[in-house]
Design a protein around this ligand. Structure first.
Ligand SMILES: [Fe+2]
Length: 265
């Protein structure tokens, strides 16, 4: 998560709704129009099935309260608007309560193709489809529960498991590698890059390896981890992750493959 943003949260009214402007709705509409053809081509089935279940509007910013109604019926999750940036402690607590924190603002035209911090397009278009699937819903909740038991110093270790799966995970689907993570589904450029660029390192999913892999939030990922199937994620959620974090700390972080480590979390 970035530590600073120039955006401010959009306030929710007494009915739980945000008054998005015409321009906001147009940005959402244009983002969906640009992204959906590539999502259809490169995103993994669980994400696409989730999209079909939610049937998000294509012409306006969805309201968290409406998406929550659908998610509650499917997996008991809800989406709650939060300030533009929140800390790890609140993030983990909300995940443990099956509540997804959603930054309520939408990016400006200047940031159309890339924005470092999460906006409502990333939160709703990127994240909520996987939250319709109990397997990802459960895994996300477990990350939150483990986060609540962690020392603050362990947050940056635990979050890597979330980062390399829910945010930027890949998954094998037949003979192809598909994009699973929300950060990929909502990124106009990284979605295609993650599954097709030859310079990318794609490693097999392995919890300790992931916990030891540093990342930057401000570049396309040079390393992705590839799930063979979703069951691997379920197995990971049953592990003693607190103990895994200690093991990873004892073994130490991998040397970053990127040239300069500016903002490791
Ligand atoms: Fe995210």
């Amino acid at each position: 998560m970035p530590k600073k943003t120039n955006y401010t949260a959009k306030k929710v009214d007494g009915h739980g709704r945000v008054n998005y402007t015409k321009d906001d709705d147009c940005v959402w509409r244009d983002l969906v129009a640009q992204q959906q053809p590539n999502v259809n081509k490169y995103a993994a089935d669980p994400y696409l099935l989730g999209q079909a279940k939610l049937n998000l509007p294509a012409d306006r910013v969805p309201q968290c309260i409406d998406v929550s109604k659908k998610l509650l019926a499917l997996t008991g999750w809800k989406v709650e608007p939060v300030p533009a940036l929140i800390g790890f402690s609140k993030f983990f607590r909300m995940l443990s309560e099956r509540t997804f924190p959603a930054a309520s603002f939408i990016r400006s035209r200047e940031d159309f193709n890339y924005i470092e911090e999460p906006d409502i397009f990333h939160e709703i278009y990127g994240h909520t489809p996987l939250l319709t699937d109990e397997r990802f819903a459960r895994f996300s909740q477990v990350i939150g529960q483990v986060g609540q038991k962690c020392d603050k110093a362990d947050y940056s270790w635990l979050i890597r498991l979330y980062w390399f799966t829910i945010e930027f995970g890949l998954i094998r689907q037949g003979s192809k590698i598909k994009a699973l993570g929300s950060g990929l589904a909502s990124s106009p450029t990284e979605l295609v890059y993650s599954v097709s660029d030859n310079s990318v390192i794609r490693k097999p999913f392995e919890v300790i390896d992931i916990l030891r892999t540093p990342y930057r939030i401000d570049i396309h990922q040079p390393i992705y981890f590839v799930l063979e199937n979703v069951d691997q994620l379920i197995e990971a959620s049953k592990r003693n992750l607190l103990s895994d974090i200690k093991t990873a700390q004892t073994m130490g972080l991998h040397t970053p493959v990127y040239a300069e480590q500016k903002k490791e979390l």
